[in-house]
Ligand binder design. Structure first.
Ligand code: NAD
Length: 493
């Protein structure tokens, strides 16, 4: 079924389901050692489009974590002994299952996360495609020297048990990247979703129960403290963390005690530099989408737009036109393009930035009003005439408000774009591809795009420079970060 038809069918189903949605959904379980389990504790999950609790799931505490780690350790020797091809075949079974249960998962993802249904469908599609892509990557033994005297090889072996901690903005996709990386390279794992969005991940856990041997994959919902217990646990060998810079620093500090390997995928404040030779209307569509998709709650969303003064006014007008036609609403309603902010904490933060931006006298081209609810909705908001040292320019807003800043000299634009502690990604927009490439290479980021933003693939490393992260996900480079390099050096005589 194609995505558009699926959205239509689900919208009709929703009408029938809305009557039931007043009853709390509780059909969720932890996955520990191949068994689905309940717990003495629970999490209430809010639908951000309504601002009310719609589901309850079990929450793991230390005892469950210890049992999951024990199971993962026991499962490790047999799992690592399997070939890459065997492990790849099971990952492909998982992605097939994700595709066949896409409708159910997407609907749940929209209810807990808020994003439009078509984007939930796309998140699951993309996760499955990237999973299939990653298990096609080979990690061969590398021969470093081979002559009459010596043979030196570089081999890679799995680390052991990996702890994966994920955020709330794209819970399925951001779990699958590290999960498939860990499994394919021979590790076993514990996966912990955000307490704001645990449900679709727990359902993926149910699917994985029937695909992988007991103990290889364990899925534990829980609060922030569960994440902290994972980072300090002596039975976990690596943490793959996706989340905020502030928590990433705590993860790194905690992991130091056991010298765990760590991959950190953290926040961003991505600049887009729009040069004088673009067609403002043509680029506005793409730049608007890359800024406001998922209501700006994307690590690599465009968060600052630097526009050359010769196209500045036209670009502002074209972006405002895009913002004013974007339909904001419940992600389950047909035609919705922008859903709510995912949770109250983030909503309050974005509202605070809007208020500060008003207080300093910046110009609101569109948006800026704060609807009374229900739900955590904010309109797409574009701001100009704002100082470089304002909160909106300096902080990661992670919501539907973006500043447009004027420049007339590319060196000045680059200096301002790089004047941040963040370094996730950025983009340059121009018809001159050679010049665009040269400017992009001067951005201090993990990924610099030309005439695009947010394009990733299983074969291309992704991660942050500066405080946006540590290490890379995806590609052979990413996969090797779930492995220990080992040199085998043979003297021939
Ligand atoms: P967060 O840091 O608050 O939480 C992320 C996860 O960490 C959650 O599962 C949370 O329960 C857990 N956690 C909280 N405290 C912990 C601790 N002390 N030790 C271990 N785990 C702990 O982040 P968030 O608000 O859920 O997510 C939004 C942030 O994530 C944004 O900054 C966004 O840019 C970033 N992000 C980065 C990427 C990337 O690939 N670079 C992708 C998506 C989101």
């Amino acid at each position: 079924m194609n995505s558009r038809r699926l959205v239509r069918v689900l919208s009709l189903e929703r009408l029938a389901q809305s009557a039931q949605s007043v009853t709390l959904r509780t059909d969720f379980a932890l996955l520990i050692d191949g068994q689905l389990e309940q717990s003495a504790h629970h999490l209430d999950v809010i639908n951000p489009a309504l601002g009310t609790v719609f589901a309850r799931c079990p929450a793991a505490h230390r005892a469950e974590l210890d049992r999951a780690v024990g199971a993962a350790r026991r499962a490790f020797p047999a799992w690592r002994a399997r070939s890459f091809a065997d492990r790849a075949a099971l990952v492909k079974q998982l992605s097939q299952q994700l595709r066949s249960r896409q409708a159910e998962l997407a609907e749940l993802l929209t209810r807990e996360q808020g994003k439009p249904l078509a984007q939930s469908v796309a998140e699951i599609d993309r996760g499955a495609a990237q999973s299939d892509g990653m298990v096609g990557i080979e990690i061969p033994v590398e021969v470093l020297a081979d002559d009459n005297d010596k043979h030196i090889e570089l081999r890679y072996r799995p680390l052991g048990v990996v702890g994966i901690i994920t955020p709330w903005n794209a819970p399925v996709n951001l779990a699958l990247g590290p999960l498939v990386s860990a499994l394919y390279t021979g590790n076993t794992l514990i996966l912990k979703p955000s307490p704001y969005t645990p449900l679709a991940t727990l359902k993926v856990g149910e699917i994985m129960k029937d695909v992988f041997p007991a103990g290889v994959v364990n899925v534990l919902a829980g609060g922030d403290e569960l994440g902290a217990w994972m980072t300090e646990h002596s039975g976990i060998d690596k943490i793959s963390f996706t989340g905020s810079v502030a928590t990433g620093k705590k993860v790194l500090a905690s992991a130091a005690a056991t010298l765990k390997r760590v991959t950190l995928e953290l926040g961003g404040n991505d600049p887009a530099i729009v040069m004088d030779d673009v067609d403002p209307k043509a680029v506005a569509k793409k730049i608007f989408f890359a800024s406001f998709v998922n209501s700006g709650q994307v690590c690599m969303a465009i968060k600052r737009i630097y526009a050359h003064e010769s196209i500045y006014r036209e670009l502002c007008d074209a972006l405002v036109a895009e913002a004013e036609k974007a339909k904001v609403g419940n992600g389950l309603d047909p035609g919705t393009e922008l859903g709510p902010v995912q949770n109250k904490m983030q909503y309050d933060k974005v509202v605070g930035i809007i208020k500060d931006t008003k207080k300093i006298g910046a110009t609101f081209l569109t948006g800026g009003d704060i609807p009374s609810g229900p739900g955590y909705f904010l309109p797409p908001t574009l701001v100009t005439d704002i100082a470089d040292d304002s909160r909106l320019v300096q902080e990661e807003q992670f919501g539907p408000i973006v500043p447009i800043l004027r420049f007339n000299d590319v060196d000045d634009a680059l200096r301002r774009a790089n004047d941040t502690r963040y370094g996730l990604s950025g983009s340059v927009w121009t018809q001159d591809l050679q010049r665009g490439t040269e400017i992009a290479a001067r951005l201090e980021v993990g990924t610099a795009w030309v005439n695009q933003h947010r394009t990733t693939s299983a074969f291309v490393p992704f991660g942050g420079a500066k405080e946006s992260g540590l290490g890379r996900q995806y590609s052979a480079l990413g996969l090797k970060s779930y492995m220990e390099p080992e040199v085998v050096s043979v003297a021939k005589r």
